[in-house]
Design a protein around this ligand. Structure first.
Ligand code: TMP
Ligand code: MG
Length: 289
C-alpha cells in the first residue's frame, strides 16, 4: 500500500476497503478523477506553533476593515456557535437552523461595516492564514495532470480566492463554490450573493450546481477532502459516481469525535497539519509513485 498510510496520524476503520477503492481508482486512470475539497481547516492549517490559524471569516474579523465593536460581536458569535458546530452529541438536523443563524448574523454584521473590495488583498496578506504544508505539490500536481479541483467552502469566496492567488496556486483547473461578496459600483460591500452555504448544507449547494458536475461526468472517481462531517456531502452532485475516497482531517475535540469520523471518512488524519497523506494518495492515483 501507500507507505504514508502507516503514518502515526492516520486512522482507518477498514484499511482493506481503502486499498480496494484505491486500486479501483488507479485502474480507472487519472483522467477519470476529480478532487473535491473543503477549504477552511482542510486546505488551510488549523494551528501553527500551538496557535489557532484563521478561517476566511476570522481573517475579516481580525482585520482593520471592521470596527472593534464588530470584531467583538463576531467573536461572541463564534464562541457561541462553534461549539455547537463541532458538538457530536447533537443531531445535524438540530444544528442546521443554528448554523443558518450564525452565518446570517455574521454576514449582516459584515455588510454593515461598508467593507471595501480593494482592501481584501491587503487583509489577506497581513493575516496569519496558512495553507497546509505540501500545498504547492497538491495544487501544482493536480494542475499538471489536468485534474479538476473543486473547492467547496462555507467560508468567503473572495477571501479564499485571494489566499490561493497570493500563494500562487489559483490554477485554471480550480473552481470555487462559496459565499461571495456583492459590491456596489464604488466597491463597497452591500450583500452576499446567491444561496447561503453553511457548514451543513453542502448537499443542497452541490445539487444547485448540476452544470459543473455535468461537465465532469467523464470523471466518476472522486477524492474528497474535508474536516467537518458536513463536508461528506460535497460530492452529492457527482453524476454516476464509481468510487469515492473520503479523507477527513480531525483537528479538534479528537476523542469525542474520533468514532464518528472513523464511521464516515475512509481515512482519518488526526492532528495532522500537512498534505502529506493526500499528496501521497494523489501521486499514487496519477501513477507517480
Ligand atoms: P469551510 O466550509 O471552508 O470549512 O468554512 C466554514 C468554516 O467557517 C466553519 O468551520 C466555521 C467558520 N466560520 C467562522 O470561523 N466564523 C464565522 O463567522 C462563520 C460564519 C463561520
Ligand atoms: Mg472546514
Amino acid at each position: 500500500m501507500i507507505p504514508e498510510l502507516s503514518n502515526a496520524s492516520v486512522f482507518m476503520k477498514d484499511p482493506q476497503r481503502v486499498q480496494e477503492i484505491l486500486e479501483s481508482m488507479l485502474k480507472a486512470g487519472s483522467n477519470t478523477l476529480q478532487v473535491i475539497s473543503d477549504f477552511d481547516m482542510t486546505l488551510t492549517r488549523f494551528a501553527y506553533n500551538g496557535k489557532r490559524c484563521p478561517t476566511c471569516h476570522n481573517i475579516v474579523e481580525h482585520s482593520s476593515l471592521i470596527s472593534s465593536d464588530c470584531t467583538e460581536k463576531l467573536k461572541e458569535l463564534l464562541n457561541y456557535y462553534y461549539p455547537i458546530e463541532i458538538d457530536s452529541s447533537r443531531p445535524v438536523e438540530e444544528k442546521i437552523p443554528l448554523m443558518v443563524e450564525w452565518w446570517t448574523k455574521a454576514h449582516k454584521l459584515l455588510v454593515d461595516q461598508r467593507i471595501k473590495k480593494d482592501m481584501l488583498a491587503v487583509v489577506v496578506r497581513e493575516s496569519e492564514v496558512m495553507l497546509r504544508e505540501g500545498y504547492q505539490l497538491f495544487f501544482n500536481h493536480l494542475h499538471e495532470h489536468s485534474i479538476p479541483l473543486l473547492i467547496f467552502s462555507a467560508g468567503i469566496g473572495d477571501i479564499l480566492e485571494e489566499i490561493i492567488l497570493q500563494a500562487g496556486v489559483f490554477h485554471s483547473n480550480v473552481k470555487v463554490f462559496s459565499n461571495y461578496m456583492d459590491f456596489d459600483e464604488t466597491g463597497l460591500l452591500t450583500a452576499f450573493k446567491g444561496e447561503l452555504i453553511h457548514i451543513y448544507n453542502k448537499r443542497e449547494g452541490a445539487l444547485l450546481n448540476t452544470g459543473h458536475f455535468q461537465e465532469l461526468r467523464t470523471r466518476p472517481n472522486v477524492l474528497l477532502l474535508g474536516d467537518s462531517l458536513g463536508d461528506l456531502n460535497m460530492a452529492d452532485g457527482v453524476q454516476d459516481m464509481e468510487n469515492i475516497l473520503k479523507i477527513g482531517f480531525l483537528n479538534d475535540k479528537v476523542e469525542e469525535r474520533k468514532q464518528s469520523y472513523l464511521d464516515t471518512y475512509d481515512v482519518v488524519l488526526v492532528k495532522d497539519e500537512t498534505m502529506e497523506v493526500p499528496n501521497a494518495i494523489m501521486l499514487y492515483l496519477t501513477g507517480n509513485k
